[in-house]
Design a protein. Structure first.
Length: 166
């Protein structure tokens, strides 16, 4: 995903990972909650925060929502300089975090990535699929989403078509 596209959509970002069945790897996803679009993904067997740092490398000034898997002090300190974080802590602090109404409202948006992952797993049968094919399938899906967004933008603003033609 290009740096410009990541910056364009950098408003309310949600990051999460999911196990790929039948493999010892995880699918790490960066999702933009307002536009409901996948911005970036990685497949690997590293910890969540290691892939998160790679995916979030060029992004600044956003709000980032993450679950307990990203509650690691070094990661939080690095990201705090670049963006506003809402990472739910583990244990009792996690319950206290959810008691604040603003945190509950913002954190409820994090569930959108969970639904997205479920839909993705329904569309793409990940079991038995090699990593290269899986990356290609997700990339095709991303391209389709981006083309749809471009068509919607051009439909909403016909004058943009004239600019492109020049």
């Amino acid at each position: 995903m290009s740096k410009k596209l990541k910056r364009l959509f950098s408003t309310l970002l949600v990051i999460d990972s999911s196990e790929i069945r039948g493999k010892k790897k995880r699918l790490h996803l960066l999702y933009e909650a307002r536009e409901k679009v996948l911005l970036d993904f990685e497949i690997g067997n590293n910890k969540e925060v290691e892939h998160a740092e790679i995916i979030l490398e060029d992004i600044e000034g956003s709000i980032l929502l993450a679950d307990r898997g990203y509650w690691q002090w070094e990661f939080i300190e690095k990201m705090k300089e670049k963006m506003k974080l809402y990472v739910r802590p583990r244990g009792r602090k996690g319950k206290e975090f959810m008691e604040r109404e603003i945190n509950r409202l913002i954190y409820s948006k994090r569930w959108e990535i969970e639904w997205y992952i479920e839909r993705l797993k329904q569309r793409i049968k990940m079991r038995g699929m090699n990593e290269r094919t899986l990356k290609a399938q997700i990339t095709y899906m991303l391209l389709g989403q981006q083309l749809t967004m471009l068509i919607d933008a051009l439909s909403a603003h016909p004058k943009m078509i004239r600019l492109i033609e020049k």
